[in-house]
Design a protein around this ligand. Structure first.
Ligand code: COA
Length: 374
């Protein structure tokens, strides 16, 4: 097939919009100008979502109000829960999530209202409902009833609580909180671009977010974290890592969780997730997943000069937290929903239809050939 030449293939290096939300310079990722290292150290997911949407860190009062609003929107209608109940038990969890988020629009009287006020209300409701949906999808397919949200818990702790039915330790809740902070936004990644394209047609917020979920699902984007865990499981032990990598690289397989379109000197999120994975390996006394990952990192750097991306160590982090790998990409979506929404709101604020051109490389102009002459 002919390759696009006018712009780099895959739009590499193309600046498609301006945005004041997040930026990547070298190996530094900032949200509204603040380094994610500082945010991961000191902030919370709620504070980060507020920062992404409104441009500034909240005051204590603003944060308290925002958290309260999120808590008050966690309820999912019984119709939506009954709809999820009818999903096939073996459905892919991202397929379930995109279907469930789409169905949220039926229960939202503001779904088609494009006013700024309605969009702000939908933003809060959607962000609050993502974790509730993911937990409900998981529990119902396991034959268990959804766990009602606990209004005393923050988003990260409540998510783990609704998934497992047990209150997480402070340490695990904080690790989930940091993971949500690290995944919250990432400039014009593929799913965010998809959300902005949908929003640019003045399609509604639920539709734009569903477009983003569909795009996150693929293994070259958010689906890589699940693929990493499948790889680790298939390798099985630290000793088996070198032979696996030799074989896979000889076959020219892509090793999931390595490489990045933008970061060439390392993904700052991966460094954090590596640290969290090591901490959990110590806390659980099960070092195998961490040590396999660390050896893969060393060998990939030595063999290919490729470094881990956000999806690599998040796989072992979530596994240590007791989450099944089929939920890794939905967890990414729980967090990235904050960034998608920020971008959709930014797109609506200063919209112009996103409609690029393609360089035509097909046959030259020719006539229609009647069926009898073919
Ligand atoms: N494993 C093995 N080789 C890889 C690789 C990987 N994970 N990522 C990139 N490479 C190699 C490519 O084969 C290519 O080599 P070549 O020049 O000899 O053909 C070179 O590095 C450039 O890769 P390319 O696929 O053109 O980069 P890209 O910018 O189009 O793709 C990714 C970026 C992220 C899609 C790609 O690195 C990848 O597929 N990684 C695995 C999936 C993943 O982890 N995705 C999550 C991203 S956050």
């Amino acid at each position: 097939m002919a390759q696009a030449t006018a712009a780099g293939k895959g739009l590499e290096g193309v600046t498609a919009t301006t945005s004041a939300i997040s930026s990547i310079i070298g190996s530094t990722l900032t949200y509204r100008g603040i380094d994610i290292n500082e945010l991961a150290e000191h902030s919370t997911f709620e504070e980060v979502a507020y920062l992404l949407w409104y441009g500034e860190l909240p005051s204590q009062d603003e944060l308290d109000r925002f958290k309260q609003e999120l808590v008050s929107h966690r309820e999912i209608s019984s119709e939506t829960i009954d709809f999820i109940r009818r999903f096939p038990r073996d459905a892919n969890s991202m397929v379930s999530l995109r279907t469930a988020v789409s169905a949220l629009a039926f229960a939202d009287p503001l779904a088609a209202d494009m006013s700024a006020d309605a969009n702000n209300q939908k933003a809060v409701a959607l962000l609050a409902q993502f974790p509730v949906l993911v937990a409900a999808i998981h529990r119902l397919r396991c034959g268990e009833e959804p766990v009602s949200p606990d209004p005393n818990l923050n988003e990260a702790a409540n998510f783990l609580y609704m998934l497992n039915g047990d209150w997480p330790t402070d340490s695990w809740a904080r690790i989930m909180d940091i993971a949500l902070i690290l995944h919250a936004d990432h400039e014009l990644n593929a799913s965010t671009f998809a959300a902005r394209v949908a929003a640019s047609t003045l399609s509604d917020m639920h539709s734009a977010i569903v477009a983003a979920i569909c795009t996150l699902k693929g293994p070259l984007h958010g689906g890589a974290n699940e693929a990493v865990m499948k790889t680790l499981e298939s390798i099985g032990s630290v000793d088996a890592v070198p032979a696996y990598l030799r074989g896979a690289l000889e076959r020219k397989d892509k090793i999931m969780g390595f490489g990045h379109r933008v970061y060439k000197e390392g993904d700052p999120r991966a460094r954090w997730l590596k640290r969290l994975s090591s901490q959990l390996a110590d806390e659980t006394g099960d070092r195998e997943w961490y040590e396999m990952s660390e050896l893969m990192e060393q060998e990939m750097k030595a063999d290919k000069g490729l470094l881990p991306n956000v999806d690599f160590y998040s796989a072992s982090v979530y596994t240590y937290l007791g989450v099944h790998r089929d939920l890794f990409t939905p967890i990414f979506a729980v967090s990235r929903a904050s960034g998608w929404i920020a971008h959709v709101l930014e797109q609506y604020e200063n919209n112009r239809l996103i409609r690029p051109r393609a360089e035509y490389v097909g046959p030259a102009a020719r006539g229609y050939v009647p069926m009898s002459e073919r």
